[in-house]
Write a protein that binds this ligand. Sequence first.
Ligand SMILES: CC(C)(COP(=O)(O)OP(=O)(O)OC[C@H]1O[C@@H](n2cnc3c(N)ncnc32)[C@H](O)[C@@H]1OP(=O)(O)O)[C@@H](O)C(=O)NCCC(=O)NCCS
Length: 163
Amino acid sequence: MTLVREADLTDLAFILPLSRDAFSPYGHYDLSIAKWFLTPGTYTFVCEREVNGKVCCGFIMFALMSEMRRGVQDEQDGETVLEIMAIAVSKECRRQGIGTELIRFARQFNQNLAAGGKPMKIRLSVAETNQAGRSFFEKRGFRVVAEAPWRYPAGQKALRMEL
Ligand SMILES: CC(C)(COP(=O)(O)OP(=O)(O)OC[C@H]1O[C@@H](n2cnc3c(N)ncnc32)[C@H](O)[C@@H]1OP(=O)(O)O)[C@@H](O)C(=O)NCCC(=O)NCCS
């Protein structure tokens, strides 16, 4: 059974160590994740799936933001987008569809917000060197639309992707 639910404060016990591990090649992101978690307008959802009697988890964090707030100067069209700030699945639970389920949920959330109108674009940044992440997003329909004018704290180029 798969359940996607809104995260609460107790989920930080799982989200923060996972973020520390998953994003450590790019910088120290656990404090940023904690700050974003508490920022109004940022939404965090957890996916739980039972696999062989064990619960596997992942989370997605997204926010409605204007490109100016994100600091992406080449995209300052005043448009509000649904920005995926982070997505990660516990290491031992990867490649079992949990990430896909979280993206499906984000798309549904976006559709619901649009209430029959035009849904927002969904965008994200991914490190150029993150082959697994890039492959994952490409399989889910995202395409690279630009190189961001900033780098990750550890020095990797950031690619902007859009669904
Ligand atoms: C990216 C991530 C969220 C995908 O979650 P997931 O639950 O493993 O994804 P799914 O099982 O739904 O999809 C698997 C697809 O992702 C890609 N993928 C996942 N792990 C991969 C790896 N180690 N190497 C290559 N491709 C990989 C592949 O396209 C794979 O499809 P395949 O199994 O048919 O080859 C997960 O790998 C993760 O937590 N990574 C670390 C955090 C991260 O890099 N997040 C993205 C940047 S914010």
